[in-house]
Ligand binder design. Structure first.
Ligand SMILES: Nc1ncnc2c1ncn2[C@@H]1O[C@H](COP(=O)(O)OP(=O)(O)OP(=O)(O)O)[C@@H](O)[C@H]1O
Ligand SMILES: [Mg+2]
Length: 443
């Protein structure tokens, strides 16, 4: 649903790289294959938007040498190595050098997919926070990135400014793609700790041992643990619901030793990967109460009304700029489809749809409806009215359509009448009913 992650597959055996590539492509990855480490290095840069799967034994530069090169290029790049049967010492060495994981031949393709998914999750997080860190110095930049003027978004901005100044730990939750990670960064950036370290880690992407090392113990090569590195700043724990009981106990001790106000602030993010289990169920009660002193719940996109169109326009314009083509123009019917869509993947899904709409536009084919259909069918979600009476829902919807058409036509009543196929009198009545005034659009 999000922009597909790339997987670079490196193997000197053609059959092997093709079958891995086909398998991963079926799972939704954007795959590319290379017959040698040298060829892969020519096309993989430091911010590579994906992960690497490489065989170890290859003529020329082998997988281990490739791993070393990649780690100096970008130490956060997940590299999965495929080892021959019995290469255990080599696999151990690979892990020490920073490999994400390894697979022993012959491997189960499902296991490969599972690892690639875990690795992409870690990669996406690393890239997101890298991009955000470049903007960290200025909290206002991050606040401006949060597009939306709906009531829940206005309240969210106020909450960020308030809680950013406060001292307690924060728990952020909300559906996938609603902006939790962005808000975590903003909370840090607008507060008094802005000049201090913001360290982020996913409790789901690492094994328990590695997580313990990263968080509390540091590693044998002198790598400093996050709780040390982020002292006086903020530690952001993504996927907090995945934290094991043993590590929850250690985290509780850490939190209890912080004093009041806490020296290091914790922002825990719950990612709702388990729909049947809330974060309150997943964490021990004492830890949950410590971490949820302050709480922010991100509203799903379908509850943000007109923001959907504002986001679509702004993000569509950015992509149009990037691809050097015209921004997509929404017809009333398309705007209606966007407003009606259930958006199970929230803002991230909308970004994806906006990008594809721009590309479709450039090709001159396709429709918004088909883009939405692709996405929503995958998730199998139905349109929901969120328990509102149908009439209110229809009214809100009608108001948004008229408001949007008026904005696009800069208050031209004739153009709006034509687009919405409404006689002038009906349009005037509806505008009066919804307190819309033509003068507001003619500026
Ligand atoms: N209000 C917003 N305005 C503009 N962009 C937004 C907004 N909210 C989120 N985004 C963008 O949407 C994408 C998803 O946001 P983010 O990664 O913060 O969501 P998330 O809730 O952390 O998702 P996940 O559950 O997958 O971790 C990012 O590219 C982010 O910059
Ligand atoms: Mg996130």
């Amino acid at each position: 649903m999000a922009r597909a992650m790339k997987v670079a597959i490196i193997d000197d055996e053609k059959d092997m790289r093709q079958s891995i590539s086909q398998w991963l492509a079926l799972s939704g990855f954007d795959t590319e294959t290379f017959e040698s480490a040298e060829a892969a290095l020519r096309s993989i840069g430091p911010d590579y938007a994906g992960v690497v799967v490489s065989d170890i034994r290859m003529p020329g530069m082998d997988g281990m040498a490739l791993l070393r090169r990649l780690m100096t290029l970008d130490s956060a790049l997940p590299v999965i190595l495929i080892t021959g049967h019995g290469d255990v010492p080599m696999a151990v060495e690979a892990m020490r050098l920073g490999a994400f994981d390894f697979l022993e031949k012959p491997f189960n393709p499902d296991r490969m997919t599972e690892l690639a998914k875990k690795a992409s999750h870690a990669r996406r997080m690393a890239l997101d926070s890298r991009a955000l860190r470049r903007e960290l110095a200025d909290g206002t930049v991050l606040m401006q990135k949060l597009i939306g003027a709906s009531a829940p978004m206005v309240r969210l901005r106020e909450d960020i400014l308030d809680l950013g100044q406060a001292d307690g730990h924060v728990l952020i939750d909300g559906e996938t793609g609603t902006g939790k990670t962005l808000v975590a960064h903003a909370l840090h950036a607008v507060g008094p700790r802005a000049g201090r370290k913001f360290a982020t880690i996913s409790c789901a992407a690492l094994s328990e041992e590695r997580l313990a090392m990263r968080l509390f113990d540091g590693d044998t090569d002198g790598g400093v643990a996050l709780c040390e590195e982020a002292r006086g700043g903020t530690i952001c724990l993504e996927d907090i619901e995945a934290l094991s009981p043993a590590l929850q106990a250690r985290l509780l001790t850490f939190v209890n030793d912080q004093g009041t106000p806490p020296e290091t602030r914790i922002i825990a993010i719950c990612n709702h990967h388990m729909p049947d289990k809330t974060v309150e169920d997943a964490l021990r009660a004492d830890l949950f109460y410590r971490l949820s002193a302050l709480q922010i719940t991100l509203p799903p996109l379908r509850q943000r009304g007109d923001d959907v169109l504002v986001l679509f326009e702004r993000i569509g314009a950015q992509f149009a700029d990037e691809y050097g083509c015209e921004p997509p123009k929404l017809a009333a019917q398309e705007a209606a489809q966007l407003l009606q869509a259930p958006w199970p993947g929230n803002v991230r899904q909308l970004i994806n749809v906006a990008e594809r709409a721009v590309l479709q536009n450039r090709r001159g084919s396709g429709s918004i409806a088909s883009l939405l259909m692709d996405d929503n069918e995958q998730v199998g979600m139905a349109l929901t009215t969120e328990g509102k009476p149908l009439k209110d829902y229809v009214d809100d919807f009608e108001r948004m359509l008229i408001d949007n058409a008026m904005r696009r036509h800069r208050g031209s009543i004739v153009a709006v009448m034509e687009e919405l196929c409404l006689p002038r009198r009906t349009l005037n009545e509806k505008m009066a009913k919804y307190a819309l005034s033509r003068a507001d659009y003619t500026l």
